[in-house]
Design a protein. Structure first.
Ligand code: FES
Length: 509
């Protein structure tokens, strides 16, 4: 059994702990720029770098600090092996489009490699083979089908029955010459380069709306205005939807990551299993030692068991297969999946051509974020891009995924109604430090968190996006919304959209 006492008490990412980023000032006045980028993750920073290199005046704002969102919580695999996806894409879109997706991923890898070379970036980049493995008879034929898809699309791959990582497997699909890196070391240099080229950066600046006349104007929470020609929404969930109905076209999932030292040396390679629960494994270099990243336990945001159980399940898996000599970090990440599993990259709606979105990367933000930055910056610079049609958000494919989404929307409706009825009769006086409960106060569903120094923080649990009810996430100490994935801190501040406003505070007598 895992020993939860060995687990770090608070979540923290290895990436953010191993490099420091400067703070950037808050925007306090209205400004003009050519391109305004909202969101300082891999998409926004890569786009800022590419545009500023071409002499475009760029301003980047972020609701918090740079790289505090998904990019700071990634596993940082640079690969076209995005799970078992190619057979599904062939069935869904045809071989030509499935092949384009692979090419887009490999072009993104090349762009990252070229950038590393150009600026001599020391970011622990290494070429690695990527492996999908299974130890389940049920998944062996699926890997065989996926290998046929590789052959049809000329993807270099091999079906084998063992791999460098020493765990029991029945079949393994290998994709050669993929890569991994330290994303924040890479992006820090891109930020420095872009700032040298004139990029302006503002932190703690939340975009809440866009007015669109001939040109877009971003409105911030502090009512500053950013007049510009182009807006790139690189904020994970688009804060401005137009009439694009993005909340109904994507769903959020959380995944958990533990970083451990083991008695074994990591054998190289990047691994993901085919079955559920998902398990993905790679290593990073920490002060000359291998740190193993074990990832998995995906579930819809705000739903399911106590989130600490997910960390414990990963700990159990690592103990069983590799042994843990030291438990160093744990953290979690949130991903958005679109109706057809292809990201939405392009104009937010047909009528608002100069407002771009880049979202729905599933778990594959390093390649998909780089693809998005290139497609959108090519649009702004007037360059052709072979992948822009493939990812356009206005595409529509009538297929079974629509039925699945109809079910998911029913799920949202269920949470909208039933969530309002769920609460406990816990007496908040009995709350343990560093724990939370949902109760009724003056007839209203209220979330109460007790800090380690016994302070109580009470919030109205009604999500500020579309009114679902948030639930406590014990592993990360956040209030998470099951409908579209908004996340709030213990005292109700927005950590992750689509919500833009904090939860209402509740006075305790
Ligand atoms: Fe949409 Fe909460 S995120 S209702």
């Amino acid at each position: 059994m895992p020993n939860a006492e060995n687990m770090p008490q608070f979540p923290q990412t290895f990436w953010k702990d191993s490099i420091s980023f400067p703070d950037f000032p808050k925007l306090k006045e209205s400004i003009k720029t050519d391109t305004a980028i909202v969101g300082g993750g891999i998409t926004g920073i890569t786009a800022a770098y590419l545009l500023s290199k071409e002499g475009i005046k760029v301003t980047l704002i972020d609701a918090g600090d740079l790289l505090n969102g998904v990019t700071g919580h990634t596993t940082a695999k640079i690969t076209a092996q995005h799970g078992m996806i190619y057979d599904e894409f062939i069935q869904h879109f045809g071989a030509e489009k499935a092949s384009l997706y692979y090419q887009a991923c490999m072009d993104a890898k090349k762009l990252i490699e070229d950038t590393i070379q150009t600026h001599h970036i020391d970011c622990d980049y290494s070429q690695e083979d990527a492996y999908i493995f299974t130890n389940s008879d049920e998944y062996v034929p699926q890997l065989e089908t996926e290998k046929k898809a590789y052959d049809q699309l000329d993807i270099p791959g091999e079906l084998i029955n063992s791999m460098p990582l020493d765990i029991p497997v029945k079949s393994v699909l290998k994709m050669k010459n993929q890569a991994q890196f330290h994303p924040l070391k890479y992006l820090k240099v891109l930020v420095d380069e872009a700032v040298n080229n004139g990029l302006q950066i503002y932190g703690n600046t939340t975009a809440v709306d866009i007015e669109y006349n001939k040109h877009p104007t971003i409105i911030t929470r502090d009512e500053c205005r950013i007049n510009c020609n182009y807006v790139i929404q690189a904020s994970h969930y688009p804060f401005y939807d137009g009439q694009g109905f993005y909340p109904t076209r994507m769903y959020p999932e959380r995944a958990y990551i533990i970083a451990v030292k083991t008695p074994e040396k990591f054998p190289g390679g990047m691994y993901i299993n085919a079955e559920s629960p998902s398990r993905s494994i790679r290593s990073v270099n920490m002060d000359g030692e291998d740190l193993w990243l074990i990832v998995g336990e995906n579930h819809k945001t705000g739903q399911g068991k106590s989130t600490m159980k997910h960390y414990e399940a990963l700990q159990d898996y690592a103990e069983k297969h590799f042994g843990i000599s030291e438990f160093v970090y744990r953290w979690s990440a949130q991903d958005l999946t679109t109706m057809d599993k292809l990201p939405y990259i392009g104009s937010v709606t047909k009528n608002e051509e100069n407002v771009y979105v880049a979202t729905g990367y599933r778990k594959w933000g390093m390649t998909n974020g780089t693809i998005a930055a290139k497609i959108i910056t090519d649009r702004i610079l007037g360059n052709d891009n072979p992948y822009s049609d493939l990812f356009t958000p206005s595409r529509f494919q009538a297929d079974p995924s629509v039925r699945k989404f109809a079910r998911m929307n029913a799920d949202v409706a269920k949470h909208l109604i039933s969530g309002k009825l769920e609460y406990t009769n816990d007496n908040i006086k009995d709350l343990e430090p560093d724990d939370a409960t949902v109760t009724r106060i003056k007839g209203k569903r209220t979330g109460v968190y007790k800090s380690q120094d016994n302070q109580l923080y009470a919030i109205d649990t009604t999500c500020k996006h579309l009114g679902c009810e948030v639930n406590w996430n014990s592993g990360d100490r956040t209030w998470d919304c099951p409908c579209h994935g908004s996340r709030y801190s213990y005292n109700g501040e927005v950590i992750e959209g689509p919500a833009k406003e904090p939860l209402n505070k509740v006075e305790l007598e």
